[in-house]
Design a protein around this ligand. Structure first.
Ligand code: AMP
Ligand code: MG
Length: 353
């Protein structure tokens, strides 16, 4: 398939390009577009055949439902059975932005889009290019992350073009993905709202609006006896070819950081004797502690969330065999970071103490 690739300046939007790609979407074609979380692989959410093309392009299991993106809150009412008060509060507070809400779907949403469920996951992105594109298409757009299934989600143009050129009809390159991890997903079907996937809208932020909010227990730890409530969370995910390990210390002081660095340095040393190329993922301030190839994840947890997927993709480009990551505290956006990191590491955690 020939892919049309165009770049758009979010500060000076060329509406001819938006309309060209909007028409592709309304014609049932697939378009990759930027959002504030990661790039999405979009198609008309109301068109069964169009939605099928997303699964083919990603190699995505067919029981894994797609997220539906809207450009206005009013579009939600066209595709869901009812909007309860808690959903209204969340939409008012966090939309447009990286929060996905699960609703009971109307029959207009085909099974292909909802993965056979009677619910549909919806969000309104804050990225200007994304919203203009959805609005130009004139229909809600189903758009999961634009990676091949199982691989890290892409936040950079070069990663998308190298993986997806030839697999989709169009690629629209825009500004930076500010958040870097996918949206928070919340399910309001029970008495207590449940976070099915942690993201940049944190538990604390949700509790400020709704009071009690819990997190799906399968998110925090690997437990084969607990089924994830978001079907996609059960799959192997975010995995580069490099083997990832998280190295942790129970000591959260500077001494703990030093123990982690000593442990990693000794593992790197052993690996190099075996001819294996190792790397370290760490906060920038800790870079000098390591005798290895080091990938700085940034200064703050927000930086780590933004940069994590890029770094995971870079490991493969640099032919790294084994990578050791520092661990992050599971508070705020740290919950989302550790969820993605643990999955990419296949839950392999080494204690440095
Ligand atoms: P992605 O679009 O790649 O960010 O993945 C979408 C995530 O949302 C996957 O983990 C899906 O399983 C999950 N999801 C989508 N629709 C629903 C739904 N109706 N109920 C629960 N989880 C959903
Ligand atoms: Mg995804």
């Amino acid at each position: 398939m020939k892919t049309i690739v165009k770049t758009i300046d979010p500060d000076n939007i060329d509406y001819k390009i938006i309309d060209e790609f909007g028409k592709m979407l309304s014609d049932g074609k697939t378009v990759i577009f930027p959002t504030e979380t990661v790039y999405g692989l979009g198609a008309n959410a109301l068109n069964e055949d169009a939605a099928s093309k997303i699964y083919t392009a990603k190699g995505r299991p067919s029981d894994n439902p797609l997220l539906v993106h809207v450009s206005e809150i009013s579009q939600v009412y066209d595709i869901v059975e009812f909007v309860e008060d808690r959903a209204k509060l969340l939409m008012e507070k966090f939309w447009p932005g990286p929060l996905t809400i699960i609703f009971k779907k109307k029959p207009i949403i085909p099974d292909r889009t909802s993965g056979g469920l009677d619910t549909v996951a919806i969000r309104m992105p804050s990225d200007k290019v994304a919203r203009k594109l959805i609005s130009s298409a004139g229909v809600p757009i189903a758009a999961p992350s634009a990676n091949i299934s199982g691989r890290p989600s892409p936040t950079k143009a070069e990663h998308i073009i190298s993986d997806m050129d030839g697999r989709v009809d169009g690629i629209l390159i825009g500004g930076a993905c500010n958040f870097g991890v996918e949206s928070t997903i919340i399910d309001l079907s029970g008495d207590t709202p449940l976070v099915l996937r942690p993201g940049s809208i944190t538990l604390e932020m949700l509790r400020d609006v709704l009071g009690n909010v819990e997190i799906d227990p399968s998110i925090l730890n690997k437990d084969d006896n607990i089924n994830a409530k978001a079907p996609g969370m059960k799959y192997k995910h975010y995995s580069p070819n490099a083997d990832i390990f998280i190295v942790n210390s129970d000591d959260k002081t500077g001494a703990g950081t030093k123990k982690v660095a000593d442990k990693i340095n000794s593992l790197v040393n052993d690996n190099s004797k075996k001819g294996l190329k190792s790397a370290v993922l760490c906060l920038n301030k800790n870079k000098p502690l390591y005798n290895a190839i080091v990938y700085g994840l940034g200064e703050t947890y927000e930086d780590v969330a933004r940069n994590l997927f890029d770094v995971l993709i870079e490991l493969d480009k640099d032919n790294i065999d084994i990578a050791y990551s520092e661990s992050f505290e599971e508070v705020g956006v740290g919950v989302a970071i550790m969820n993605r990191l643990k999955k990419s590491a296949g839950y392999k955690i080494i204690l440095a103490d």
